[in-house]
Design a protein around this ligand. Structure first.
Ligand SMILES: [Zn+2]
Ligand SMILES: [Zn+2]
Length: 348
């Protein structure tokens, strides 16, 4: 079978390995699409030396079941599915406590750091076929496009971060950044009943936010930005701020408009690491809550599948382009072009 591999900085190629054989507790997925995450294209750009080559990259994949193992009763050939990228063991202490699956101590969850028999790292998310234990499968009922189902993992991480912030109906939220993750955050906050204001500099992204029905979109370069934020958020300022851009200016903006008791979520990572200056006395006196988040718990995956399957979150506008696997290098060029939304690699 063919698959996409990252083989060096700015070098992605189509490679070949045998179709995996499944065991009695596995399914074989015929993958239809795999979206390129920041995690992937930052490796392609050479910004993530901690992620080794050659990498059988991809974790935002989606497809249909092509074969099921002998012990599997509740899944069948043709079901539309996604695989849980984290592959939690469900037995270690973090798993039993319902923690984020990226904290799982099980062997399978750590496998991306080990070369397989063909010499590749990674989980083969961008491959014609993928073998996976049936316990890691989520099914969709409504036959949504595979490249939209592929948003399950990023959306689950968004759900996780927002749940940490204890959202409450009628609260005012500010989302800084209208890239893919910013607009996923904004949509989930709106779905949970919050009144969302978005801050974005780039004209293309401002339009995208508006096309998704957000009419409170502000440009942070406006001289009266802070007072406009207060106007849009009921006079006092946002109850909750999601910082979905890894930039010093974004942190500065957030602290400038955060009122007393505001909850702030640091959603994005950036390389090289941005600096931020924060006055500890302000955190103390203003009773700010500053949260970080990465990854998702199993329950967040369940929620993300429902949000996509029912159309509660609209991800179609967040797909910039669909690129066939044979043009994998072009796909990574597009994915790492500033201002672009998700690129979906389509499998043959
Ligand atoms: Zn991702
Ligand atoms: Zn575990």
């Amino acid at each position: 079978m063919v698959f996409g591999a990252l083989v060096g900085d700015e070098c992605a190629e189509v490679r070949r390995v045998p179709i995996p054989e499944i065991g009695p507790d596995d399914v074989l997925i015929s993958i239809k699409s795999c979206n390129i995450c920041t995690y992937d294209y930052q490796q392609w750009l050479g910004l993530r030396p901690q992620q080794p080559y050659p990498m059988a990259w991809g974790h935002e994949d989606s497809g249909v079941i092509a074969a099921v193992g002998g012990n599997i009763k509740d899944l069948k050939v043709g079901d539309q599915v996604i695989a849980n990228h984290y592959r939690p063991c469900l037995q270690c202490t973090p798993c039993r406590l319902g923690r984020n699956m990226n904290m799982c101590e099980g062997e399978e969850a750590q496998q991306f750091l080990v070369k397989d028999q063909y010499g590749y790292y990674g989980g083969y998310g961008c491959a014609e076929y993928r073998r996976i234990a049936a316990k890691h499968i989520f099914t969709f009922q409504n036959n949504i496009p595979p490249e939209e189902a592929g948003f399950t993992e990023p959306l689950a991480t968004v759900v996780h971060g927002i749940r940490k912030m204890r959202p409450s109906v009628g609260e005012k939220a500010l989302v800084i950044g209208a890239g893919t993750m910013g607009l996923l955050n904004a949509q989930v906050l709106r779905y949970y009943g919050l009144d969302v204001t978005i801050s974005e500099l780039v004209e293309k992204k401002i339009s995208k936010a508006r096309s998704l029905g957000f009419d409170k979109v502000l440009n942070p370069s406006d001289s009266d930005f802070a007072s406009k934020v207060r106007t849009y958020t009921g006079g006092k300022g946002p109850d909750m701020i999601v910082i979905a851009v890894g930039a010093t200016s974004a942190y500065d903006q957030a602290f400038e408009v955060a009122p007393e008791g505001s909850r702030l979520l640091i959603f994005a990572a950036s390389f090289p690491i941005p600096s931020w200056s924060i006055h500890p006395n302000l955190v103390h006196y203003k009773c700010w809550e500053i949260h970080g988040t990465v990854g998702a718990a199993l329950s967040d995956y369940c929620e993300a599948v429902k949000l996509l399957d029912t159309g509660a979150v609209n991800v179609e506008p967040l797909i910039e382009a669909r690129v066939p696997l044979k043009d994998i290098q072009k796909a990574f060029e597009l994915a790492s072009t500033q201002g672009n939304y998700r690129i979906s690699v389509m499998l043959p």
